[in-house]
Design a protein around this ligand. Structure first.
Ligand SMILES: C[S@@+](CC[C@H](N)C(=O)[O-])C[C@H]1O[C@@H](n2cnc3c(N)ncnc32)[C@H](O)[C@@H]1O
Length: 317
C-alpha cells in the first residue's frame, strides 16, 4: 500500500481483486473518495465481493489483459492513482477442491479461473501429444523431469482427478530420484507440473504481458503500478517489461542524433524486488515465494543522451 502510495480522490485499480484484501485496504485509505475498481476473472470472487462491498467499488468480472476496454466501458480514460496486480491463485481457489487447482485435495482436473473458458486441465492432460505435454511441463513448470512425467501421464490416460494425476507424478519423480535425481528442493513432486498446467489452461503469461503493456500505457504521469508475482516466469516477465518501459534512447552509441525516439515511460521504484521477511513467511507461508515490483509513470518530455551535441543538431527534446 505504501509503494502504491494510496491516497484519496484519484482512480485506483485492483486488477486481481480475489478475496478483496487489497481492495478493502485501498477503499479504507482513499476514505471512499475517488474511484476504486476491482477486476477478477473469477465470477465467484466477483460475486462474493459484490455481496461484501456493495457499491463502494466498481467490480468487473474480466481478464485483466482487457484493462483498457474495461476502463473505457466505465468511462475512465486514465488512471491517475495506481494499479495493483497480485498474480496467481487466491486461497479460495486453492482450497475449493472442486476448482481442481490443488494436488492436496482431490477434485476434478479443471484449473480454470474463469469457468466459462473452454479448455480444462483434463483436456490438456488427456489429449495433447506427449511431446507437447512435456514442453508445457518444461517451459511453464521449469520441471527437469518433464519428458518422464509426460510419458507417465500418457501411459495412465484417461486421468480425471487431481489426486490421480498427483499420484502418477509422485511415483514417476520418486522412481527417478532414487537414481540420478535428488528430491525436488523439498517441494511436493507435483508442484511444478500443476503450476505448468494452470499457466497453460489460463494463458497466464500471455494475459500478463498484455496487461503490463496496457497498464503502463493508461497510467497518468505520477501514477504507480505494483505487481506481486509468485514464480520466476512471472517475475522475469514483469522485470523485462518494466526495464523496457524504463529504457532511454536505444540508438547505437556512436549515432550522433537520436532517431529511435524511445523515451522512458516508467521510473523503476524497486531496484530489487521486495520480498517477505521471516516473520511474514511464518505468519503466511503462502507469501514465501512472493516478489513485489513497483514503477511510476514519468513524463515523456525528456532530454535524451545526445544532449551533448552542438545546438545546431541537438534533438529538440
Ligand atoms: C492471489 S489472488 C489475489 C488476492 C487479492 N489480492 C486479495 O487481497 O484477496 C489472485 C486473483 O487473481 C485472479 N486472476 C488471475 N489471473 C487473472 C487475470 N488474467 N485477469 C483477472 N484476474 C485474474 C484470480 O482469479 C485470483 O482471484
Amino acid at each position: 500500500m505504501q509503494l502504491l502510495a494510496v491516497r484519496s480522490g484519484l482512480v485506483w485499480v485492483d486488477a486481481t481483486a480475489g478475496g478483496g484484501g487489497h481492495l478493502t485496504e485501498i477503499l479504507r485509505r482513499t476514505n471512499n473518495s475517488g474511484t476504486v475498481i476491482g477486476i477478477d476473472r473469477d465470477p465467484t470472487a466477483i460475486g462474493a465481493l459484490k455481496a461484501k462491498l456493495g457499491q463502494t467499488a466498481k467490480l468487473v468480472q474480466a481478464n485483466y489483459s482487457q484493462i483498457e476496454s474495461i476502463l473505457e466501458g466505465l468511462g475512465i480514460e486514465k488512471v491517475d492513482g495506481g494499479i495493483i496486480a497480485d498474480l496467481g491463485m487466491s486461497s479460495m481457489q486453492i482450497e475449493e477442491a472442486v476448482r481442481g487447482f490443488s494436488f492436496l485435495n482431490d477434485g476434478p482436473l479443471d484449473m480454470r479461473m474463469d469457468p466459462t473458458t473452454k479448455i480444462t486441465a483434463a483436456e490438456l492432460v488427456n489429449t495433447l501429444p506427449e511431446r507437447q505435454l512435456a514442453d508445457i511441463i518444461y517451459q511453464y513448470g521449469e520441471e527437469r523431469l518433464s519428458r518422464q512425467i509426460a510419458s507417465a501421464i500418457v501411459e495412465s490416460r484417461p486421468i480425471s482427478s487431481t489426486a490421480h494425476l498427483s499420484s502418477i507424478i509422485s511415483q514417476c519423480v520418486r522412481r527417478r530420484s532414487r537414481s540420478s535425481y535428488s528430491l525436488h528442493d523439498r517441494l511436493h513432486p507435483a508442484t511444478r507440473t500443476f503450476q505448468a498446467l494452470r499457466i497453460a489452461v489460463n494463458d497466464e503469461l500471455g494475459s500478463l504481458e498484455k496487461f503490463l503493456l496496457s497498464a503502463i500505457k493508461i497510467l497518468s504521469t505520477g501514477g504507480r503500478i505494483v505487481v506481486i508475482t509468485f514464480h520466476s516466469l512471472e517475475d522475469r516477465l514483469v522485470k523485462q517489461i518494466f526495464r523496457q518501459a524504463a529504457q532511454d534512447c536505444i540508438c547505437p552509441p556512436r549515432q550522433p542524433v537520436c532517431t529511435c525516439l524511445k523515451r522512458p515511460e516508467l521510473l523503476i521504484i524497486t531496484k530489487k524486488p521486495v520480498t517477505p521477511d521471516d516473520i511474514e513467511v511464518l505468519a503466511n507461508p503462502r507469501s514465501r515465494s512472493a516478489k513485489l515490483r513497483c514503477g511510476e509513470k514519468v513524463a515523456q518530455e525528456y532530454i535524451c543522451r545526445q544532449s551533448y551535441l552542438p545546438s545546431t543538431i541537438k534533438p529538440k527534446s
